[in-house]
Design a protein around this ligand. Sequence first.
Ligand code: DOR
Ligand code: ZN
Length: 335
Amino acid sequence: MEITLESPLDMHLHLRDGDMLKLVAPLSADFAGAVIMPNLVPPVTDPGAMVAYGERIATAMGDSPFTRYMTLFFTKQSEQQLTLAKETPGFFGYKLYPAGITTNSEGGVANLAEAESTLKMMEEMGIPLLIHGESHGFVMDREAEFLGVYKHLAQQFPKLKICMEHITTAAALDLMEEFENLCATVTLQHLIITLDDVAGGALQPHLFCKPIAKRPHDRDALLQAAVSGHPRLMFGSDSAPHPRCKKEACGCAAGVFTAPLALPKLAEIFARHHALDNLQGFVSGNACRIHGLTPAAKHVTLHDTPMNVPTSYRSYGQQVVPMYAGEQISWSIKH
Ligand code: DOR
Ligand code: ZN
């Protein structure tokens, strides 16, 4: 069995910077493009820094055509700042992090009410808003507690395109159904694992991410929505590399590194659910339609020939451990 995907997109990707960028960028090169997260240190807050970062990504990617959809780290903006961002080539949207909610998000939004004038202008200017939707509550309830914020924003700004990033719950899917201006990304790991896989036995640091994996019922609802071709659900890996020493450590950093195996594993999952016909929409079609994207032309053929996932990827003095390290998955990319 095989399937050829046209211009697959990763709608939520962390590429980092420096030596880590050099190591991980080529591992996303089977995608035609990606939405690039801005949570560097310091975060990418101005268009000049964004363009420079985009150029470093292009260099690290090598020759493969790859469309960079760059995001800026959301803070309160003036109309002039929004206009400048919108006119900057490669700009895709703003990523809003509640302050301190995850890796390098300390400069995020502490008081959403103060940001509403910016959101109003973004709505008028047609600039998408991507949100890391978690409260500061009990870790398993953080996404559920944030749903009220999504609802408020969806009602308050009915023309603002709001992307609920990396949703992990059935309740988030239900909310998306209610409002046409909501769409969502979902990661590979949240289609597969639950909290049991992270912490039910020996602790698995390489499966620890924010938002944390939830209950079987949530995982099953996300999987069902993805394989059944939900038109507003898009693949966003949230592939988030951290050096091995930061993962296998006290104070383990949050993030699952999935970029190199995401497409084969998605094909495996969709094939298992007799839903390969819906994979194109999930990894590209929905995003292109929702956001009006025309990514680099790229064809990727996947086939049901096993892939041995490396125990780690290392170069430039960096080492990262992927999901399924040292294991075999049953689909691979046909080169
Ligand atoms: O697990 C995560 N890692 N969640 C995020 O929201 C950020 C990401 C990172 O940058 O490492
Ligand atoms: Zn992320």
